[in-house]
Write a protein that binds this ligand. Structure first.
Ligand code: COA
Length: 187
């Protein structure tokens, strides 16, 4: 499978592969219980988790399995989050999208900017036909972000996760390449 590594640029952001030196910044974001409230894993509890994560994502990207990019503020050069295409199924031309940014960066449209560019890369360059997302239906900020990107909710899977004894449902969202193209043409 071809290496999926890429660097993408938007007006305010650079999306680039994670590097070993990102561990401290990534740990600061994903050890925050506010950021991890709706995630399917508990908050990271040691910087070593970030180091292992970075190594695993670098390898998965080289092997063509996933595309995981750091979201970096171009002005400050600070890493503010990450976004990814994972569960990549080349034969069905489908992948799942995920994103998370530091709580201090919420409400500024950074996810719109980063995820739009990642979707553009997914549909145009990787020729995906479908991108999907799975979120906790009580994660309203994420649901709003997905709908603003053009996703529709397609289903609800009941009691799908049990994290630290807490049971939660999953909302499934989908965006087809034809939906995405028709939105681009109407802008
Ligand atoms: C889900 C999450 C990514 C949403 O972040 P966000 O900053 O609200 O997302 P967006 O980029 O869509 O920003 C849109 C918000 O910024 C505001 N905004 C400000 N400036 C803006 C701009 N220039 N462009 C667009 N929106 C802007 C919008 O009004 C909107 O606010 P609203 O939702 O109150 O109406 C964030 O809450 C997060 O990282 N959560 C933790 C991780 C997580 O749950 N991830 C989802 C699982 S995949």
């Amino acid at each position: 499978m071809p290496d999926l590594s890429v660097t993408l640029t938007t007006p305010r952001l650079v999306l680039r592969p994670l590097q070993a030196a990102d561990a401290a910044a990534l740990f600061a974001i994903f050890s925050d219980p506010q950021v991890m409230q709706y995630w399917n894993t508990p908050p990271w509890d040691a910087e070593a988790v970030a180091q292992d994560y970075i190594r695993a994502e670098q390898q998965a990207m080289c092997e063509g399995q996933r595309l995981t990019l750091a979201i970096v503020d171009r002005q400050s050069a600070e890493l503010i989050g990450k976004c990814l295409l994972f569960n990549y199924q080349p034969q069905s031309r489908r992948a799942e999208i995920g994103f998370g940014i530091a709580s201090c960066a919420w409400g500024k449209g950074y996810v719109q900017e980063a995820a739009s560019e990642l979707l553009c890369h997914g549909f145009e360059t990787l020729r995906l036909n479908r991108v999907e997302a799975e979120i906790d239906p009580t994660n309203t900020a994420s649901g709003r972000a997905l709908e603003r990107l053009g996703f529709s909710q397609e289903g609800l899977l009941r009691q799908r996760w049990i994290i630290d004894g807490q049971v939660s449902d999953s909302a499934l969202y989908g965006l087809l390449s034809e939906d995405w193209r028709s939105r681009q043409n109407h802008r």
